[in-house]
Structures are given as structure tokens and as C-alpha cells.
Design a protein around this ligand. Structure first.
Ligand SMILES: [Zn+2]
Length: 361
């Protein structure tokens, strides 16, 4: 009998050990949006559909790949944080001008040198959770490289797309999508498509000079929204990478019609022209209409349609979890996107699924 194709989901329980309680946002102390409940919600939702999703625990932290993607000082800083007392959390509040300062990553008080906001705390579990989060992305990519599956999902948490080679911020510590993309680019050309509400500044920076990785980000206007200082259309890459960075700003309250138009008219033709061998999707769900941080108007079924369009590219694809902060609906939004991706990707080759029925369960 033909075996049903399942969608591998990568997740490790140690990702839940890091529990930031609050952040400083524009001078206010607010509850931290990047809670463990996010991952728990996604996990419990996907677990219910074990006929289509197969949850797999990565076995190792890909230390070499993390070291290749990030510099020694940043990793040393996280190691320094891992020696903080239980319950002690460090929020940098001094951010020196890098050109004028020198920093010591074994001194936690120097964390501000490596950080670019006050919403991304360090404690003694940051390293553990972030490195397993990167492990999920790495394994998702390895699984498509080994040909075991052509569509995978990493339930990465903390997210990654704001972290660059030598800096962290935006709730991101290691750039999970970059770890995945770097491992794939040894075997072919890679597109990283970032559909989080916020510009993927870290991913852009890491591949800005690279013609083997084409980074595309669709996001809200950086003049009004995080990360504020980049994500503009005139940032098109440099050196060999010139022409291989594409930023698309969509207006506030963008709905499904506008979003799909952007995908079909601009994004999908750009991906096809590049003729990639692999696709990484930095999948943020803070484009949801109820998201407290994002400002688009996408609804749960819209993620299915977006997933279907991208799945129809039929490229070996790893979907990497990024943002999404309306926790009550995060599980069903992720599930909607994954089911759509599955339908577009496998078509009639996949399982016979009643998708509308599946969305209700
Ligand atoms: Zn975001």
C-alpha cells in the first residue's frame, strides 16, 4: 500500500525553557509577547492532526553551523548569560556607537554592544532555547537535502530573522532561517522569502553580498514599524549580491486580495526568474488581523491560500517559524498555512484530505 506523505515538524521541548517575562517598549514595561504559549499552541494544534503532521525532535544542536552563521563574540555573550543566576534577566539599556566602542562579551554589562533593542532579554536559558530553535531549522533543511521530504516545517522559537551575524534583537538570538539557508546553498541556489509582518533585517544583512541566496521580504512600512532603519525598496544587495535582495512594503491593513496580488505579480515571478533549487519561508503570522504587533488584515483562511500559492512552486521547501503574537489563534493560522502549502506542493500526489473539514478539527 502507498504510504501517505506526512509533513515533518521539528520541535524540541528545551525551546520552552526560556521564559522572558516583560520587555521595554518605547519606555513602557509590557508583558513579553514572545511567550512559550506561542510554541505550545502551535504544537498542540498540529499534534491533533497526526495523520498529516509528524512531530520530530532534533537530536543535536548544530554547533558548527551556528558558529559559521554567527560570530564568536555573540556566541560568547550567550554563554556569559548562561552563567546568570536563576531568575536574573539582563536587559541592555546602553547601546554604544559601535565604531567608537570596544566590547567584552564575557561581561554581561556589555550586552548592549551586540543588541539593538530593549525587548530581547538574556538569561541563563537563552542559549539553550535559541540553539534548539536553530536545530529545528537546520534539521528541517537537512531533511529536504537528504531527499526524505520536500516540504518541512521548523517550529522554531525563539524566532530568528532579526538576528544578524554579530547582533541580536527583535526577540531573535540566532538566525534560524540563515542557518538553514547556509546549509542548503552548498548544494544549490536558495530563496529566503520572509512573510513576517516585520522586515527580516538580520537575514538581509547576512546575505546582502551573496548571489547564492536571494532574500525577499514582504512587510509593513519600516518608517512606522520595527525594525525602523531598513527594509526599504532601494536596498537591493551589494557586490556579487546586487540584485538579490528584494524588499516589498505593503500598506497598513493589507488584506488577502492585496497580499495575493503582490505574491502573484511580483514575488512568484521574481522567485521563478532566479531559478532556485530550494525555498526557505520565514513564516511570521503577525500579519494576522488580530495581531497586537502587526498591522495587516489577513484572516485564518487567507494563510491557506498564501501557502497554496507558494506550495505550487513545487520547490524543496523548509518553512521556518518566525513571529505571530495573537496566541489564541496562532495554532490554527500556522495549521492553515501548512495545509495550504501541502495542498499546493503535493497536489494529487499527497494524501486525500478534506481541507475544509481538516481546518475545523
Ligand atoms: Zn514580526
Amino acid at each position: 500500500m502507498k504510504k501517505n506523505i506526512k509533513l515533518p515538524i521539528f520541535f524540541h521541548i528545551s525551546q520552552l525553557e526560556f521564559r522572558p517575562k516583560y520587555e521595554w517598549a518605547l519606555g513602557n514595561r509590557i508583558k513579553h509577547p514572545e511567550t512559550t504559549k506561542r510554541a505550545e499552541k502551535i504544537y498542540s494544534t498540529l499534534k491533533k492532526s497526526s495523520d498529516i503532521f509528524e512531530i520530530i525532535r532534533p537530536e543535536n544542536v548544530p554547533l558548527k553551523q551556528i558558529r559559521d552563521a554567527h560570530n564568536y563574540q555573540l556566541i560568547t555573550l550567550y554563554n556569559t548569560a548562561s552563567r546568570l543566576e536563576d531568575g536574573q534577566t539582563f536587559y541592555p539599556s546602553v547601546f554604544p556607537q559601535r565604531k567608537k566602542a570596544k566590547a567584552d562579551p564575557t561581561n554581561i554589562s556589555h550586552a548592549g554592544f551586540y543588541c539593538f533593542d530593549s525587548g530581547t532579554p538574556l538569561d541563563n536559558k537563552t542559549w539553550t532555547a535559541s540553539s534548539w530553535s536553530a536545530a529545528c531549522a537546520f534539521e528541517a533543511a537537512q531533511t529536504i537535502l537528504r531527499g526524505e521530504s520536500t516540504l518541512t516545517y521548523a517550529l522554531s522559537r525563539p524566532p530568528g530573522h532579526h538576528a544578524s551575524r554579530d547582533s541580536y534583537g527583535g526577540y531573535c538570538y540566532f538566525n534560524n532561517a540563515a542557518v538553514a539557508a547556509r546549509s542548503l546553498k552548498k548544494k544549490g541556489r536558495v530563496v529566503v522569502l520572509d512573510i513576517d509582518f516585520h522586515h527580516g533585517n538580520g537575514t538581509q544583512e547576512m546575505f546582502y553580498n551573496d548571489d547564492q541566496v536571494f532574500v525577499i521580504s514582504i512587510h509593513g512600512d519600516p518608517r512606522s514599524y520595527f525594525p525602523y532603519f531598513c527594509g526599504f525598496p532601494n536596498e537591493t544587495g551589494a557586490g556579487k549580491g546586487l540584485g538579490y535582495n528584494l524588499n516589498i512594503i505593503l500598506p497598513e491593513s493589507t488584506d488577502k486580495k492585496e497580499y495575493l496580488k503582490c505574491l502573484k505579480k511580483t514575488v512568484i515571478p521574481a522567485i521563478k526568474r532566479y531559478e532556485p533549487d530550494f525555498l526557505i519561508i520565514s513564516a511570521g503570522f503577525d500579519t494576522y488581523k488580530l495581531d497586537p504587533i502587526g498591522h495587516f488584515s489577513l484572516d485564518t483562511p487567507d494563510f491557506f491560500d498564501i501557502g497554496t500559492e507558494l506550495g505550487k512552486l513545487k520547490l524543496p521547501t523548509s518553512i521556518i517559524q518566525e513571529g505571530g503574537y495573537y496566541t489564541p489563534d496562532l495554532g490554527k493560522n500556522v495549521k492553515s498555512f501548512l495545509l495550504g502549502s501541502y495542498k499546493g506542493h503535493y497536489g494529487s500526489k499527497g494524501q486525500k484530505i478534506d481541507y475544509s473539514e481538516k481546518m475545523k478539527s
